[in-house]
Unconditional design. Structure first.
Length: 342
């Protein structure tokens, strides 16, 4: 029996759990550790039984709970070397400050947990940090600039957890992980009885990937965060029982919406996000129709509406009579989706 639960999907945090009879992996950890665990339990998945965390790319909404969760559970993180390097680079302060100061600075004013206040100025000094680059740290790399640029609730929750952890263990390297396993796009690997194939996706991150999971004869593909549907991705999405596909924005809503033009361009670019229209185009013309479940994911809060995404995909599938068996589901930001059992 294979199960998949989308714990969260959208620009504020992404995470999905895939389980076989003996193995459980978390794909991305874009919520705080506490929220991830809460949602896992609600979905009937014990966090303590997780075998590994897999990361698609280093944007905050995919990694902000990664380190705390991996350390708490003592499990390895699987990612590509460029993704790991990009994350470590971002985690490493550019000038000599304490980890607590750095976190507070990153998250902006007003974000200081009680633990941080009690420990400010003590410990948590990071050694070996010498840097001649400009002292201003770059903003957190994100999937898209939704909202007003302020940290959202989940980002704050994840940062507060990290601050509390640093207050308890001030000498800890914030970029330390229990174990790191590198994979490369195109090279399959196994975790327990789940075979995993990572594939390259076009997105503005260091080395972004999607995944195909195979266990017990069931094939699950996750393809979100892609600016368009290249043929190498379409090939990976063949023969799937579950297809999780990005349906990020409605092109008109994005174009007419409040974002600055630079942000609109980034989202619409070849390394941005898949629109409802592009997802529908793939479902109508490029998709083999074999999936029992099609999950629309990474919907934009500001530039999409669930019904628009659903209608667009339904229309694409309706024209193909053979696809009546496809169940269309929408992944949500604020609560886990119903568990798919195959
Ligand atoms: Zn994303
Ligand atoms: Zn991204």
């Amino acid at each position: 029996m294979v199960r998949m639960t989308v714990l969260a999907s959208g620009s504020k945090g992404n995470s999905t759990i895939v389980s076989s009879a003996t193995t459980r992996v978390l794909v991305d950890a874009g919520l705080s550790c506490r929220e991830l665990m809460k949602r896992m339990r609600a979905a009937g998945e014990e966090p303590e039984a997780l075998n590994a965390i897999l990361i698609t790319h280093e944007h905050q909404d995919h990694v902000q709970g990664m380190a705390v969760t991996a350390r708490k559970l003592g499990i390895p993180v699987y990612l590509t070397e460029p993704t790991h390097r990009a994350w470590v680079r971002w985690m490493t302060p550019r000038k000599r400050i304490t980890y607590l100061e750095w976190l507070a600075q990153r998250q902006g004013a007003g974000l200081r947990s009680q633990g941080a206040e009690g420990n400010n100025g003590q410990g948590a000094e990071l050694a070996q940090v010498t840097d001649s680059r400009k002292p201003d740290d770059p903003p957190a790399p994100r999937c898209s600039a939704e909202g007003n640029g302020e940290p959202d609730a989940e980002e704050r929750a994840a940062a507060e957890e990290a601050i509390a952890e640093a207050a308890r263990e001030p000498q800890k390297d914030p970029a330390a992980l229990p174990a790191v396993e590198y994979f490369r796009a195109g090279n399959g690997f196994r975790i327990g009885d789940i075979a995993i194939t990572p594939f390259t996706i076009p997105h503005d991150a260091a080395d972004p990937v999607g995944f195909v999971f195979e266990a017990d004869g069931v094939r699950i593909a996750i393809a979100t965060d892609l600016g368009y549907m290249p043929s190498n991705v379409a090939v990976q999405l063949r023969g799937c029982d579950v297809l999780m596909l990005e349906s990020n924005h409605d092109v008109d809503m994005l174009r007419d919406g409040p974002y600055p033009w630079s942000v609109k361009q980034r989202v619409m670019s070849r390394v941005g996000h898949l629109s409802n229209h592009a997802a529908a185009e793939f479902l109508a013309k490029g998709y083999d129709g074999g999936a029992a479940y099609v999950v629309l994911a990474h919907l934009s809060e500001n530039n999409n509406m669930p019904e628009l995404a659903r209608i667009s995909a339904e229309q694409a599938l309706r024209d193909r009579m053979s696809l009546l068996a496809n169940h269309l589901l929408l992944a949500e930001q604020d609560r886990p989706m119903e568990t798919i059992v195959l």
